[in-house]
Design a protein around this ligand. Structure first.
Ligand code: SF4
Length: 387
């Protein structure tokens, strides 16, 4: 059992034999993908408050210094993104601000909210009004918290990071692997198309990496809800000086991810943090979100490559590059999928399971520039380079 798993009611066991097999995987066992994708997004750093203090993280600000965007600021960011041709509002967070963040809670209270989750719901509605599809990453989520915002998001996510206890999750309030797994499970139970990933180099060992990937696989096998798994190296910054994984490590772990996950789950590396061009042949088929208008607020020292650079990565691997929406097409019901879609449709997408809420469906079907922009991406009519 993983740390905290029983406390959070997560019944996941990974098979020792599967771990051993995965540890034997090497890049030479993996086929290159047929194509690469990316999504055009804007970062919306709704709050920089976070209950945790992970030692590799520069995103969170301590109490008294943390920011909380107003809805007007959210609207302004989203409007700029929509004008630049984006389709995704990526809401970034720390984890649920605890009681130390009195100013954040006072501000939320003034705006009529008793939690960051109900405020996020309003912010997602603003993004939709401005013509962007929300994808929120609000950290660990109870089932109730997730249900508060699920129908105003096209997809959501949280990094599992690792199923191991690591020293980098330091401080009196620490991330608990069981709670992260619970969040992934909650998303599956609520039919939320979900993004997760592992963070490489924070003190986990090779077995931990294999177990983390297999735990994601196990949850996906149950719920069919994982759309992509990010393989992210930890990087040096003002709070982290313990180094980054080298290329050989990244190649190996990326190949393990590709081997551990079924074909319909994309393997993503963030090209501003990882040497993406050197990882494509290890099974990477997605380059993540690229913002033409906002910084990567999670890793502000590492600017996003221009869209043109993504084209260069694709060209170096001799692969086509296509834009995608923040929700993968396999989660859309048949009347919203394109005739060209030839992947595996998500379980129940054509009937029993509502992967796309009426709100998101309405956005995808809307007239006007936003709906047309979404449909142009689905029809693969958008060039990779900013128009
Ligand atoms: S990595 Fe996430 S959970 Fe950890 S301190 Fe940073 S924002 Fe908080």
């Amino acid at each position: 059992m993983f740390p905290g798993a029983s406390e959070y009611g997560v019944d996941i066991a990974v098979d020792d034999r599967a771990v051993e097999d995965l540890l034997q995987t090497s890049p030479s066992d993996i086929d290159a993908p047929p194509s690469l994708t990316f999504s055009r997004n804007v970062f919306v750093p709704l709050t920089t408050a976070c209950r945790y203090t992970c030692t590799y993280c520069t995103y969170f600000d301590p109490p008294g210094q943390a920011s909380l965007l107003s809805l007007e600021e959210v609207r302004e960011i989203c409007r700029r993104g929509a004008d630049a041709g984006c389709t995704e509002a990526l809401f970034t967070f720390g984890d649920d601000p605890d009681d130390r963040y009195t100013e954040i809670h006072e501000q939320l209270d003034e705006w009529g909210h008793d939690s960051i989750h109900t405020y996020l719901r309003e912010a997602c509605e603003v993004a939709l009004e401005e013509g962007l599809l929300p994808h929120a990453n609000p950290g660990d989520q109870t089932r109730e918290q997730l249900a508060t915002v699920a129908d105003v998001n096209a997809s959501m996510g949280v990094m599992l990071e690792t199923t191991a206890e690591v020293g980098a999750h330091a401080g009196p309030r620490r991330k608990v692997p069981g709670q992260r797994l619970r969040t992934l499970k909650n998303a599956g139970e609520l039919d939320v198309a979900f993004t997760t990933g592992i963070l490489v180099g924070i003190g986990e060992n090779w077995r931990d990496r294999a177990e983390s990937l297999l735990a994601i696989r196990e949850l996906h096998d149950r719920y069919d809800h994982i759309q992509e798994v990010i393989i992210q190296p930890v990087v040096e910054n003002e709070r982290w000086s313990d180094g980054s994984p080298d290329l050989a490590t990244m190649r190996q772990v990326t190949a393990m991810a590709r081997a551990a996950l079924p074909e319909e789950v994309s393997v993503q590396v963030p090209p501003n943090l990882a040497p993406a061009a050197d990882l494509i042949d290890c099974g990477v088929d997605d380059l993540g979100g690229v913002s033409p208008v906002t910084d990567d607020h999670i890793n502000p020292d590492y600017t996003w490559p221009a869209l043109r650079e993504l084209e260069e990565i694709a060209a170096s691997a001799d692969l086509p590059l296509g834009e995608r929406l923040p929700v993968y097409e396999r989660f859309l019901p048949s009347d919203l999928r394109t005739d060209e879609f030839d992947g595996r449709v998500a379980d129940g997408a054509d009937g029993e399971r509502e992967w796309i809420s009426p709100t998101i469906r309405e956005a995808l079907e809307a007239g006007g520039s936003a709906g047309e922009r979404y449909r142009a991406v689905l029809r693969d009519e958008v060039g990779a380079v900013s128009r």
